[in-house]
Design a binder for this molecule. Structure first.
Ligand SMILES: [Zn+2]
Length: 231
């Protein structure tokens, strides 16, 4: 079931209190329209009843799509620096809902679910894009790391991230985006053969693979933030 609850937020423009329906969980098997809204950037967009300004709530919900094996704790972008804590909390929720500590029926569903944590709207949207293209998210993150080495100019920094935007048979397109404001900067495309090459070189990427998958936040940005989990 998808759950929404009434909540009060302040309009970022006029500061007046708005009572809006914030999402707590998305069940995309039953509500494919909600998945579509995440993909077209309209999900949780609100219009202020007082001044008419459009603004977007931060993501803070669990996304479930059993059919695709997707379970995502979609978190606000500003919480990314505390990702280890957030990962642990998300895994606690997953364990009770679909993991080891879940009732038998839920546990049976859970064995086909891949738990993930994302921060910001571009992060959760990217996981759905990866699913749509039939790609593996761990390999996509390795590909980004490879691109960091190859690109002449790398604007990666706090609040700016590299995200997969789409793709086809022969190329994948990426763009630098703002984690919070979602503004998109330069985009470029990459030969899909590079993805296949990385997918075929498991041994060469083993060490990075271990880092990327040491928790449900499967994102190369974790390699740039602090010491990571103790080895
Ligand atoms: Zn307003």
């Amino acid at each position: 079931m998808s759950l929404f609850s009434q909540m009060n937020v302040l309009c970022p423009n006029c500061g007046k209190t708005q009572n809006i329906a914030g999402v707590g969980s998305v069940n995309a098997d039953r509500r494919p329209d909600l998945r579509a809204a995440i993909m077209d950037d309209s999900f949780q967009m609100m219009i202020c009843g007082d001044c008419g300004t459009a603004f977007r709530l931060e993501p803070l919900f669990n996304y479930l799509e059993v059919d695709k094996g997707l379970w995502i704790a979609a978190m606000p972008g500003r919480e990314m620096p505390e990702y280890i804590e957030v990962e642990d909390r998300a895994m606690g929720v997953f364990e009770i809902s679909y993991g080891e500590r879940a009732p038998a029926a839920a546990k049976a569903i859970g064995k086909d679910l891949k738990p993930r944590v994302t921060f910001g709207w571009p992060g959760v949207k990217e996981k759905l894009t990866i699913d749509e293209l039939g790609l593996d998210d761990v390999i996509v993150e390795k590909l980004k790391l490879e691109l960091m080495r190859r690109l002449p100019e790398v604007p990666l920094g706090p609040g700016t991230e590299l995200r997969l935007m789409g793709g086809g048979e022969s190329a994948l397109s990426f763009a630098w985006v703002q984690t919070v404001g979602e503004a998109q900067e330069q985009g470029f495309s990459v030969d899909r053969a590079l993805y296949d090459e990385i997918a075929g070189n498991e041994a060469g990427w083993a060490k990075i693979h271990a880092r990327l998958t040491d928790g449900p936040f499967v994102d190369m940005q974790k390699l740039y933030m602090g010491e990571g989990r103790a080895a």
